[in-house]
Design a protein around this ligand. Structure first.
Ligand SMILES: [Zn+2]
Length: 398
């Protein structure tokens, strides 16, 4: 059997006033997603377990059949896996965002989606001052505003940190690292701000009307991950297509192949068509192909519901449509569409409500024949509370 999983990241939402109280999924024209929902099963699945916050790290692990309570090592260790960083047993790794904070307000968790080259220059300057060779600290450059810091030794297990995208346009007071062991991180953040504030790159960014990267924001710390491979757990080979490091990291942990597609990005400027075509080709070689598209989530974080609707429509046309067609050339196949978590344009934040899923293919025939929307999913009779159990239902022979 061939299996495809399509993740329109953050696509689920609540009603939006300017869309006549429809959700972006309801407002979008998405004939392929609707056809799949009409032909197969829809329902809701809780991908954010109790005591976790909704994020692609937790929710994607859960979606792919791994109980976060058992296997989630922290966001940064997942991204370290994506970069192929080798962590030793006493290492801590944490996310190091470049962010824009002005007058104590978190203006932008992405420093205006700063480019890789500018970000690397800033990291070089930070490295010189904060991470001298032979010291306990290393900075590792990632994509755009998403970087990692490794701290050899220390204990950050009791430090509370906050994802910067959870406090958009809010005062940072009360959200800085806190609790035993936080002093080291606070010191680095303060010294980082001194280095960045009048940095040449930021001077230019301000002149161009772009958000300057005023601070580093440390969060999501953890230690090396220990997750059984997908082959061990589910006896299937797999491949991932994504533009996001975090998802590449999860794929690495699961022993999946990451398929790199030229021209794909985290935003609506991504090459949707290339993503769909590469996924179709990958189905010839792997049991499970997972195609993750970040654009709806990023649009939601910008509060941009129009772009969110357009990205859902593009996913439907260029990703879902071709994959649905390709799957039907195999004797036995299944297709699963679901976001990892909801992201609300109104709050610009992730939301931990159960997400709608649609599943079609062999032995997955329609029970209620409704289109793919949050409401139809809620009104179905299929509600999976332990999200990681959905994978068994998706992969089972009957
Ligand atoms: Zn997000």
């Amino acid at each position: 059997m061939k299996y495809a999983i399509i993740i329109p990241d953050g696509a689920a939402d609540s009603g939006i006033e300017d869309l006549a109280n429809q959700t972006p999924l309801e407002a979008a024209s998405k004939p392929n997603m609707d056809a799949i929902a009409l032909a197969g099963r829809i329902g809701t699945v809780r991908t954010t377990p109790p005591n976790f916050s909704a994020g692609s790290d937790v929710c994607t692990l859960c979606l792919l059949g791994y109980d976060p309570a058992k296997y989630h090592p922290g966001r940064a260790p997942l991204e370290a896996a994506a970069m192929g960083l080798k962590l030793s047993a006493d290492d801590w790794v944490m996310r190091c965002n470049l962010v824009t904070i002005v007058n104590g307000i978190m203006l932008d968790h992405s420093a205006g989606h700063i480019g890789d080259r500018e970000a690397r220059h800033l990291l070089d300057s930070l490295r010189k001052e904060l991470a001298p060779e032979g010291g306990p600290i290393e900075f590792h450059a990632g994509v755009s505003y998403r970087h990692l810091m490794v701290h050899h030794g220390g204990d950050f297990s009791k430090v509370k940190t906050t994802p910067p995208h959870d406090i958009p346009a809010q005062p940072i007071k009360g959200y800085m690292p806190r609790g035993p062991g936080s002093d080291t991180l606070l010191d680095l953040m303060h010294r980082g701000a001194d280095i960045l504030s009048e940095h040449d790159i930021n001077v230019v960014r301000r002149q161009l009307g772009e958000q300057p990267a005023t601070h580093i924001w440390l969060w999501g710390q953890g230690r090396a991950a220990n997750v059984p491979t997908f082959m061990d757990q589910y006896k299937k080979t797999g491949a991932m297509i994504t533009a996001v490091d975090l998802l590449r990291g999860i794929a690495n942990l699961l022993g999946w192949q990451n398929i790199e597609v030229p021209g794909i990005t985290s935003y609506h400027d991504t090459d949707y068509n290339a993503q769909g075509q590469y996924a179709c080709d990958a189905l010839d070689s792997y049991d499970v192909v997972c195609c993750h598209v970040e654009a709806p989530d990023e649009a939601s974080h910008q509060g941009d519901y129009e772009t969110k609707v357009r990205s859902i429509e593009a996913i439907d046309q260029f990703v879902v449509g071709p994959i649905y067609k390709k799957l039907q050339t195999f004797d036995q196949w299944r297709l699963l569409i679901m976001p990892d978590h909801a992201t609300q344009c109104a709050t610009r934040k992730h939301h931990d409500a159960p997400v709608p899923f649609a599943m079609a293919g062999t032995h997955r025939k329609s029970a209620i024949a409704r289109p793919y929307t949050e409401k139809a999913a809620r009104e179905s009779d299929l509600h999976i509370e332990k999200g990681y159990e959905l994978m068994d239902y998706f992969l089972s022979d009957n």
